[in-house]
Write a protein that binds this ligand. Structure first.
Ligand code: NAP
Length: 268
């Protein structure tokens, strides 16, 4: 028996097989959900369609989340195809590369607004468009990173956008609560994806991560997929407005232990 048997899920943000969204789609499939996928634009179709076909997914629609008409169109198509949508996954972010490579105070007005629009506002726009399709018991899940709470050097404007996204999760959870729709975020540790490649210093952070995190293990797409199944399922029926860390415990650490500092930095 799957935790998502009888539920329909629409997953936004599959770019390729490394995408966190794809890890979530695979886990949802394994737990019995009926799936639809959405990707950013025509350039990605040739990568996303074969993935979808591999899982027998027949709803695969482009949607640039900066365009309200495209959001409305995909919601209308989902209504015609599925009738209702129980689960909505938002796994989308974007910032200009140069804004992730120079000091935060040099972020341009255009770069700030772009990162906010794609990475934070899009959750609000998608939630609004899909609310009429979501029954009581519905769940919205988005992806965030600890750089929205604490300074992660190089994460810059994306960290500020994640702070707005996490706050939006709480406000949306409040708005949607009376309708029985839950809204939560997963704060994932580093995973090698297209989006992560744009963050300066990511490779070093990725390498150091298992040395510093309490569980001493890297984070995988599967780890995030499993957490998303939980949050989207009735097992999490009374959980809303939360940020769930899937990070091998990294967020509880105030400072690396002495052995790691000595080994990696020659300190002590
Ligand atoms: P990814 O595979 O590159 O996914 C990011 C997705 O956002 C891509 O499908 C991308 O499409 C899409 N996107 C960008 N602009 C869009 C737009 N205007 N309209 C619609 N879609 C758009 O990378 P990922 O790491 O899986 O990222 C997924 C989410 O997880 C993001 O919110 C990210 O911040 C978060 N996250 C990632 C990590 C990590 O270490 N990888 C850790 C914590 C949280 P294009 O490729 O066409 O731009």
């Amino acid at each position: 028996m799957g935790l998502l048997d009888g539920k329909t899920a629409l997953v936004f943000g599959v770019a390729n097989k490394r995408s966190i969204a794809w890890g979530i789609a695979q886990a949802f499939h394994a737990h019995g959900a009926r799936l639809g996928l959405s990707y950013a634009g025509p350039a990605l179709e040739r990568r996303v369609r074969p993935l979808a076909e591999g899982l027998g997914i027949d709803f695969v629609e482009p949607c640039d989340v900066t365009q309200d008409d495209q959001i409305e169109a995909v919601a209308a198509k989902a209504k015609a195809h599925f009738g209702q949508v129980d689960i909505l996954v938002h796994s989308i972010a974007f910032a200009d590369r140069e804004d992730l490579a120079r000091p935060y105070y040099q972020t341009s007005r255009r770069g700030f607004l772009l990162a906010m629009e794609v990475s934070a506002y899009s959750l609000v726009a998608l939630a609004r468009a899909f609310k009429p399709l979501m029954p009581p018991g519905g769940a919205i899940v988005t992806l965030t990173y600890y750089g929205g709470e604490k300074v992660a050097p190089g994460y810059n404007v994306m960290g500020v956008a994640k702070a707005a996204l996490e706050s939006s999760v709480r406000y949306l959870a409040y708005d949607f609560g009376p309708d029985g729709i839950r809204v939560n975020a997963i704060s994932a540790g580093p995973i090698r994806t297209l989006a992560a490649a744009g963050v300066s210093g990511f490779k070093t952070m990725y390498k150091m991560f298992p040395l510093l995190a309490p569980l001493k293990q890297p984070i995988t797409q599967e780890d995030v997929g499993h957490a998303a199944v939980f949050l989207a399922s009735d097992m999490a029926a009374k959980i809303t407005g939360q940020v769930l860390f899937v990070d091998s415990g990294m967020n509880i650490m105030a400072f690396p232990d002495k052995d790691t500092l000595t080994r990696e930095f020659g300190a002590g």
